[in-house]
Write a protein that binds this ligand. Structure first.
Ligand code: ADP
Ligand code: ZN
Length: 531
């Protein structure tokens, strides 16, 4: 079936009958076409993009048995319940299924009654489950959340590694991988680990034009959160916090101020969590204050704002979490309140969990790198839509998105940006690209330190060139230059600043740069944030 062939009318009719959708999204159509042709595929669609239909619709239309591999029992349960409701025979084989239920499901599989069976990678590979499914003639294996197979993804799960044996156990089946993580490295890793054979690779558009992105320095968290809530009175939204304690405190604070807020985090009982989800879905609550534990399975399409009270762990996380806003396509706002302290807290969390879980060093390094990318996003002076889309390996053409703090002109431009940038870059050149941020800033501000005197750096032509600039601004600007890739940092424990081709282009006026001044109160003002 070529890309131009229309899908069988009977399939469109089945989608309408079971799901009630009157049309398919363009990428769904292509993914379904690949599935019907029995071709392996790798389908990358952002959260909310409609991945499930890509394997569910062909499973129903083709008949026979499709196996869906999923990382979480809750996800399997949601999907099986949803399918059962719309009259599609589906079942789960996971660790919570009792022996009796298992026997019933196994019988239904053998008799060919079921269209979709959901299972976890460890069940599928380690137990005899694969034999049962193979002998029943499973023709398709759909691997959901396929990035879990990759160290480079944001949610690596060692059990997913076992899927490398899928091919051995299901030599004839087509394998489809679905994920919302589109970075090149993860994509390649998925294709390799799952042994995809000449897969049809489909990557959806990652830009969400209806979302307005803003990043603000965190000065006074509670006041800033309320300012945003008040812009969206009575509308639905999510406030993501770093820790459970922050969730509890913020919820208490907001409720006292008469906002209809409910908490959600993994430390709550399953009942309490369910109550929160139900209250939000039923519109009895407007605001969910949550840790990242709140996410999969949120069924409310009119979320008008997503606030991050602290920096997320990675751009993938940020994309997933902000992706919950504006699923109905209407304008929505995503605000990230950021402080330099977030990087340090999150890095400590990563290192602690690596130690506890005996994580491979390359895994930890990968996590820190992702954190670094996230910090770069926060500090950058580049259009947010452009940065996000670039991160996911796509081009962003428009010079002004009209939907981010930078393009909307919320930020204060530094008029002398080019001159300042040149001074910073030439200072990096003068210290022979052998020093880190702190030292370069000291030189530019004409500081009198032992390190400067000892190296004779007080005699450099760039010494004291930016004496009048506050240290915090100068630091922001160095990060903004890094964010624009006109300056680079080594990946050592004590990173050094280095120049690249773009740095020289800036110095020769061949490349524009932009610097912004972030709003800031007096020193230590971020201490009020509950980081
Ligand atoms: P993902 O798994 O990619 O995050 P889902 O499969 O959960 O996305 O789908 C996201 C939402 O989009 C769901 O509410 C679903 O009902 C809806 N949806 C999916 N496909 C269509 C379609 N063709 N038309 C209308 N709504 C759709
Ligand atoms: Zn923009």
């Amino acid at each position: 079936m070529s890309a131009a062939t229309p899908l069988p009318p009977a399939l469109i009719a089945a989608v309408k009958r079971h799901w009630g959708f009157t049309s398919l999204r363009p990428l769904q159509e292509q993914a379904i076409r690949a599935a019907l042709a029995g071709r392996d595929s790798l389908v990358v669609l952002p959260t909310g993009g409609g991945k499930s239909l890509c394997f569910q619709a062909p499973a129903v239309f083709r008949g026979g048995l499709t196996v869906v591999v999923s990382p979480l029992i809750a996800l399997m349960k949601d999907q099986v319940d949803g399918l059962t409701r719309i009259g599609v025979p589906a079942a789960r084989l996971d660790s919570t299924v009792s022996n009796d239920e298992w026997a019933v499901t196994a019988e239904a599989i053998r008799s060919g009654e079921l269209r979709l069976v959901f299972t976890s990678p460890e069940r599928l590979i380690n137990t005899g489950t694969y034999r049962l499914l193979r002998d029943a003639g499973a023709h398709t294996i759909a691997v959901d959340e396929a990035h879990c197979v990759s160290h480079w993804g944001h949610d690596f799960r060692p059990e997913y590694r076992q899927l490398a044996r899928l091919r051995e156990f299901f030599p004839k089946a087509a394998v489809h991988a679905y994920t919302a993580t589109a970075t090149d490295r993860v994509r390649q890793d998925i294709a390799e680990q799952l042994g995809l054979r000449e897969p049809t690779v489909l990557v959806g558009n990652f830009d969400r034009p209806n979302l307005t992105f803003r990043v603000l320095p965190r000065l006074d968290l509670r006041t800033q959160v309320r300012e945003i809530l008040d812009r969206h009175r009575g509308a639905a939204g999510i406030v993501y916090c770093l820790r459970r304690k922050d969730v509890d405190e913020m919820t208490t604070y907001l409720r006292a101020a008469k906002y209809r807020a409910v908490p959600y985090h993994a430390g709550m009982s399953a009942d309490d969590r369910r109550r929160t989800q139900e209250a939000f879905a039923a519109e009895d609550a407007d605001i969910v204050v949550a840790t990242v534990a709140f996410g999969m399975g949120i069924d409310r399409s009119n979320v008008r704002f997503v606030i991050h009270a602290a920096m997320p762990k990675s751009i993938e996380h940020y994309q997933q979490e902000t992706g919950r806003a504006g699923r109905d396509g209407l304008p929505s706002e995503c605000v990230l309140l950021y402080s330099g302290a977030d990087f340090i807290s999150l890095k400590a969390i990563i290192e602690k969990s690596a130690e506890e879980n005996n994580a491979a060093p390359e895994y930890t390094a990968g996590s820190v790198k992702q954190l670094d990318e996230m910090a770069r996003y926060c500090r950058g002076a580049v259009c947010r839509h452009k940065q996000l889309v670039h991160y996911f390996g796509q081009q962003y053409e428009s010079p002004n998105c009209g939907a981010c703090d930078l393009c909307l002109g919320d930020t204060q431009e530094v008029p002398e940006a080019v001159t300042v940038a040149k001074k910073i870059l030439s200072c990096v050149a003068r210290v022979k690209e052998s020093f880190g941020i702190a030292h370069v800033i000291d030189v530019l501000r004409g500081a009198d330190t032992a390190s400067i005197r000892g190296r004779g750096h007080h005699e450099l032509s760039t010494y004291g060139l930016l004496k009048q600039v506050p240290k915090t601004d100068l630091r922001d600007w160095v990060y903004q230059l890094l964010g624009q890739n006109v300056l680079v940092q080594t990946e050592d424990e004590y990173p050094l600043l280095k120049l690249n081709k773009a740095s020289w282009a800036v110095m020769k006026d061949e490349l524009p740069v932009r610097l912004i001044r972030l709003a800031r109160r007096e020193k230590n003002s971020s201490a009020g944030a509950s980081a």
